[in-house]
Design a binder for this molecule. Structure first.
Ligand code: SF4
Ligand code: SF4
Length: 93
C-alpha cells in the first residue's frame, strides 16, 4: 500500500503513536533530560499522556522506561507531574 504524504491526509488525522521518527534520534538536541524518581511516582500516567515525543513507556498500567534517545528535554513531563517525581537535570557531555 502506498503511504499518503502530509498533503493527502485529512484534517485531524491521527497517525501511529510511536516515537514520531524512530530512525531520527531527536534526543541529541537536548541540554536537560528527565530524571525519574520511581519511589515518588503514583503512576497517574499524566507524563505519558503529555509527552509530545512518546518518550515515556507504560507496562501493565505503570511507567516503564524513558526512551531518552527521543527526549528533546522540553520539561513538560516534570511540569505536569503532580508529585514531583520527575526532575530535569543537565545532560552530562
Ligand atoms: S522532557 Fe519532554 S520530551 Fe522529554 S520525556 Fe519529558 S515531556 Fe517527553
Ligand atoms: S506524572 Fe509523575 S506521578 Fe504521574 S506517572 Fe508520571 S512520574 Fe508518575
Amino acid at each position: 500500500m502506498k503511504l499518503k504524504n502530509w498533503k493527502e491526509l485529512p484534517e485531524g488525522a491521527i497517525i501511529k503513536n510511536t516515537p514520531t521518527s524512530p530512525e531520527f534520534k531527536t534526543g541529541e538536541w537536548k541540554t536537560k533530560e528527565p530524571y525519574y524518581h520511581a519511589e515518588k511516582c503514583t503512576h497517574c500516567l499524566l507524563c505519558w499522556l503529555y509527552c509530545p515525543d512518546s518518550v515515556i513507556t507504560v507496562k501493565n498500567k505503570k511507567i516503564d522506561v524513558f526512551l531518552l534517545e527521543y527526549c528533546k528535554g522540553c520539561g513538560i513531563c516534570a511540569k505536569i507531574c503532580p508529585v514531583n517525581a520527575i526532575e530535569m537535570r543537565e545532560v552530562e557531555l
